[in-house]
Design a protein. Structure first.
Length: 139
């Protein structure tokens, strides 16, 4: 059980680092005017998403399910269902990066800098809410 918790925490950290950096790369990519730098951002975004962020998300889900299997009493806790809902939203924010990455290759860019900055905060707010639910277990 403790190994699964450790794996879960490590995977969550990797997932959050990946998704937070991915949206930051989108902001920089959107502002860039030089083609060679844009191409570099496209490579960085793709590698970050497919080699770090998505695998970390999957490992987070697998380890989270393993924890529930070991401690089925968690299924009686209301906070867990709220956490699962927020995790689903976080998965949506992660998967939303795929079409955004593709659209940033087009000109003109379909996103304003302000929109990307707001979207950059969504995973942060979800992460804060998830941590508060897990630590405080309010219901």
């Amino acid at each position: 059980m403790l190994w699964w918790k450790a794996v879960h925490i490590i995977a969550v950290i990797c997932w959050m680092a990946g998704i937070l950096y991915l949206y930051r790369l989108f902001i920089y990519h959107n502002q860039e005017t030089e083609e060679v730098v844009k191409a570099r951002f496209e490579i960085m975004e793709k590698r970050l998403l497919y080699y770090i962020t998505l695998p970390a998300m999957i490992l987070t889900l697998v380890s989270g399910i393993a924890i529930i299997v070991y401690v089925p009493a968690f299924l009686k806790e209301g906070w867990l269902y709220a956490k699962i809902l927020l995790v689903i939203l976080m998965m949506g924010a992660t998967h939303a990066g795929i079409p955004m990455m593709r659209k940033l290759k087009t000109l003109p860019h379909p996103y304003s800098g302000l929109v990307l900055r707001v979207l950059n905060e969504v995973p942060t707010l979800l992460m804060i809410a998830i941590v508060l639910l897990v630590v405080l277990k309010p219901f």
